[in-house]
Design a protein around this ligand. Sequence first.
Ligand code: SAM
Length: 287
Amino acid sequence: MQEKIASPKRTMEIINKYNFVIQKRFGQNFLIDLNILEKIVQGAELTEDDVVIEIGPGIGSLTQVLAENAKKVIAIEIDKKLIPILEETLIGYDNITIINEDILKVDLHKLIAQHNEGNKVKVIANLPYYITTPIIMGLFENNIPVDIITVMVQKEVADRMQAKPGKKDYGALSLAVQYYSKPKIVTQVGPNCFIPAPKVGSSVISLKRFDEQAFDVTDPKFLFRLIKAAFSQRRKTLVNSVSNHENLEVSKEQLLQALHEMGLDPRVRGEALTLEQFIELTNCIIN
Ligand code: SAM
């Protein structure tokens, strides 16, 4: 086994050797704590049979540990200045493919067909925080064959992803994530586990994607528009924030009728409804 990249000393050596300038705009915070990397591997339930897609390998700290525990790692990095660095820091590992691309532009279906015959992969990443939501929702909505997504995100975002009704963090993101997967917080991570230290706390969260679509919804697009509208004005009742909301042609009467059929209070707020209730409401309105 080679010397680990994830230590303060080795990370600074690499940065200095290449005169690498850390790019804030790419959300670059490199992990320097091996314990956290091990927790990520455990949280992802990684085995030697797994093919992993890593988003944003940076200087290779996590990539190295993934390569030691998985069959294959495909690492997608946007910053072209990191490519020659990765080629050197990960030398000697023959199960890593590095791709210089923007993750939001990669054809992941094609990539997974090439590298894993279209079978499910695991997505693992210390995510660039500025695009956490588009990356995760893109994986879900585009039906990318993933088993578990295990990612480091801003603590506050992880809390929102796994929140339940009645909690202050509960909102459209909680419902979107829980529609597709079962979230679980693996560990919390302090700023001093990174170079440079981010200004916010972080959490590793694993999202186990449901095998089959777990819920029976007549119109999923309508469901998500309804959820968005319901949380657009949190302090208002569901009926007031949703009725005649742009992009959603539902009248006050239709909503009141549906809530009545469901046995819910006409003054209920969106934040009190479970995912199952939002689905029932959708099915009541669209039938
Ligand atoms: N995995 C490394 C680690 O844990 O030390 C680096 C993590 S750093 C938080 C995020 C990485 O994602 C950076 O290397 C950054 O350049 C890369 N990145 C940012 N935007 C990206 C994008 N759109 N597509 C691919 N990689 C991106």
